[in-house]
Design a protein around this ligand. Sequence first.
Ligand code: ADP
Ligand code: MG
Length: 253
Amino acid sequence: MTIVITIANQKGGVGKTTTAINLAAALAAKKKKTLLVDMDPQGNSTISFLQDESIDKSIYDALTGTTTQLKEVVHKADLDHLWIVPSRISLAKLESKLIGDFDAHFRLRDRLESVRAEYDFIIIDTPPTLGLITVNALVAASHLLIPIQSSYYALEGTDDLLETLDKVKSRPNPDLQVIGVLITLHDKRTTLSRDVAQKIQEAFGDKVFKTVISRSIRLEESPAYKESIFSFAPHSSGAFEYYSLSEEVMARV
Ligand code: ADP
Ligand code: MG
């Protein structure tokens, strides 16, 4: 059965894209057929794996068009076992384009149906909002992964995310489960970080992944070189941590 993991948190800069890219790359390295779907109009996941010139049609065309099939927007990444569905800034128009369409929340789930069975894992990156794009990603998912930045305001906003999760579970997608909460951008040298990690533990209990992603220069730099952490700095702490996350993910599904 295909596992579809949506990575969401409506706060920006908490490591959603970094997690989407590196979790997808780690699963592919384990020879799991993996599709990374970029649902953020900013397209940061897209440009980590694809050259801009190679992108003709994007997820927006598949979600809104009547003629573009989803498989036409699947690109092979330069990495074995990994494919990408790119996004472009046009995706920002999704909400206004689909307004009034009775199936607006179901578009991604419906369009993925035709390719879903070809993959072991589908990883969906989302924008920093709880609008229609993120709701589509939650409706399409079997699992939700929540990255939380280890900072003073870490838990601010998670209530809204969990409320959206409950709404999606109550009707369109009752089987949606939280696969885990991932502490990101952690600095184990500071007491603040340790206090915050403890607060996150108290709030989410055993949902919190044992793997914690540390703040690291290598992870910060890797997107600029259009690489996952595994090719950019294979022996770095970031590579070790994201590999360990992929093991926990596989054990939890
Ligand atoms: P989001 O998708 O939630 O907005 P990103 O993954 O794009 O977050 O991360 C925000 C910024 O922080 C990016 O510049 C990214 O390179 C950087 N970043 C993410 N994770 C780490 C980390 N563990 N250590 C250092 N920098 C990181
Ligand atoms: Mg992002």
